[in-house]
Design a protein around this ligand. Structure first.
Ligand SMILES: [Mn+2]
Length: 347
């Protein structure tokens, strides 16, 4: 495995120099954030990003994310141009040394939580999702925003895109995903860039919008849409794992044995009735058995990228919710410890 860390660019308070000091850190996971969704990234900005990362002694090999334009998910005629743009981004990123692109196919919203700073009993705070809070949230106020979300929506444009999704069923979304993958995967193969879809977070419909990347059955279907190793997964423990019906040990085993996991988001969650709280990475802090999940990846020879996913805010750190330095660094070290133990014992 190659240990990696998400970095939000030059204005990220968590600097490359700090990330570099985390033991066993090899790769930066980043993106270009100032280009509207669906547009082609300029070669100059890709090169500048690559140089900045590599000058810090880290590898520039993973992009999270190249976002998929809503018109592709909606299957509108304008998707043709957006798919061409997407292919061009794969080509440009591949030429710059990127080997893995993480993306998702969630309508409108990326990951969703109801509170970003819930204080936990130990005084740290974490992101949480409580069903009673989601029931009271109105996404159409335009006031909801989380790191990584498309910030360009106004109240009016959000209403318009919701109206468009009113007639889109899950089957429509499947068809639109298939169309997209059949177009882009051959390009990913040519460019040696592994495409790695992120599961829907949380893995159920929210605000009446369809969601399909939610469970084992649907992961099987997704991977069969284009049967190529370049059509793979970002296995996000904390996204799939909040649904008790998703057996994460089994899922990690199955898809890593198939060679279809290219990128791993390792984090723990405490499952509540219909909701969840993000937890420290250490297994007893949440509902997931991190050792057993990682053991399956290790057993199957996983050699892709892994990054500690969302951390809590600890030791008074402030900043981008879920993306502080301290708790994610603890997570990386915990994963390193498990992996080193597996290296030395599971032969
Ligand atoms: Mn994730």
């Amino acid at each position: 495995m190659k240990m990696s860390f998400r970095w939000y660019g030059t204005d990220d308070a968590v600097t490359l120099a700090k990330i570099k000091q985390i033991p066993n850190m090899s790769t930066i996971v980043t993106a270009i954030y100032d280009v509207p969704v669906g547009e082609v990234w300029s070669k100059e900005s890709i090169q500048a990003l690559k140089k900045e990362v590599e000058d810090s002694g880290l590898l520039f090999e993973v992009i999270e994310s190249v976002p998929v334009h809503e018109d592709i998910k909606l299957g509108k005629p304008s998707r043709e141009q957006y798919i061409e743009n997407y292919k061009e981004n794969i080509r440009r990123l591949g030429a710059a040394g990127i080997r893995c692109i993480c993306y998702n196919f969630m309508p409108v919203f990326d990951w969703t939580r109801t509170q970003l700073d819930k204080e936990l009993p130990d005084g740290s705070n974490a992101l949480v999702y409580y069903p009673e809070q989601i029931a009271k949230m109105d996404p159409l106020t335009g006031e909801l925003s989380l790191p990584g979300w498309d910030a360009s929506y106004t109240k009016e444009t959000l209403k318009a895109v919701f109206d468009e999704y009113a007639s889109i069923t899950e089957e429509d979304l499947w068809n639109n995903l298939q169309y997209f993958l059949q177009e882009i995967i051959p390009v990913a193969e040519e460019c040696d860039v592994k495409m790695a879809i992120h599961q829907d977070d949380p893995p159920w419909s929210i605000f009446g919008l369809p969601r399909i990347i939610t469970c084992e059955e649907n992961l099987d279907r997704m991977l069969s849409l284009v049967d190529s190793p370049y059509n793979g997964l970002t296995l996000c423990f904390g996204s799939l794992g909040v649904s008790p019906k998703n057996d994460m040990v089994h899922i990690a085993d199955k898809y890593s044995a198939m060679g279809r996991i290219h990128f791993v988001h390792a984090r723990n969650v405490k499952i509540l009735d219909g909701g969840f709280e993000e937890a420290a990475h250490y297994s007893p802090c949440g509902s997931l058995d991190m050792v057993e999940i990682l053991r399956k990846l290790h057993k199957n020879g996983f050699d892709g990228y892994i990054r500690p996913d969302h951390g809590r805010m600890i030791w008074g750190e402030t900043g981008r919710a879920g993306y502080g330095l301290f708790d994610r660094a603890l997570g990386a070290t915990y994963i390193n410890g498990i992996w080193e133990t597996l290296d030395k014992t599971d032969r």
